[in-house]
Design a protein around this ligand. Structure first.
Ligand SMILES: [Zn+2]
Length: 189
């Protein structure tokens, strides 16, 4: 790589850092990349950020969070390979995964910080890859405190179906005050 090319690469790297900072990527992650942005620039970029995600895995416990975790796992392993889980993403991959994720699922709550910590959380055992959902048979992610048997998507379907069932039973006319039945009773007496 000649001097011009390496200069271009550095500029591209700093552009990616600046974009990631504006998306709220933790300062300590940014600082771990080669040639990080100056601290002041990072703070300026962070000022525009709307995400305040922390280094945690508890977001993957709610059914909606589990769906995000399943989608993220599928995306990561399809864009790279299953071996991607064994390492941390570099800044270029991180921005690429974030952009593809948001293009596919624009309404999901996801941030580069959450994506970055996803692989280490699987390696540490906070998040577990289960080989088969007991309903759809796809592999899925569960939190170590939950040990779920259903993937996020099947869990949401199950939850919505049970809500609909409850609502239907509340709206159904009860036997006690069914007017047709009352009329029949009166006619027979
Ligand atoms: Zn499933």
């Amino acid at each position: 790589m000649n001097a011009f090319e390496s200069q271009l690469r550095l500029i591209r790297r700093l552009q990616v850092h600046s974009k990631l900072a504006s998306l709220g990527l933790h300062k300590k992650i940014l600082a771990s990349f080669p040639n990080p942005l100056h601290k002041e620039s990072v703070t300026n970029c962070h000022a525009k950020c709307k995400f305040g995600h922390k280094e945690s895995s508890s977001w993957a416990r709610r059914p909606e969070g589990r769906l995000v975790a399943d989608r993220l796992y599928t995306l990561l392993t399809r864009m790279y390979s299953k071996a991607v889980i064994d390492r941390n993403l570099n800044e270029f991959e991180l921005l690429e995964v974030y952009n593809v994720y948001k293009a596919l699922y624009p309404k999901d709550e996801i941030s580069p910080t959450r994506i970055y910590y996803f692989n280490p959380k699987i390696r540490s055992g906070d998040l577990i890859v289960k080989p088969h959902c007991s309903k759809c048979r796809k592999s899925f992610i569960t939190h170590f405190q939950d040990q779920a048997k259903l993937c996020g998507s099947c869990k949401i379907v199950e939850k919505e179906a049970s809500k609909a069932k409850k609502l239907a039973s509340l709206n159904a006319p009860s036997e006690d005050n069914n007017p047709a039945e009352e009329t029949l009773k009166t006619a027979n007496s």
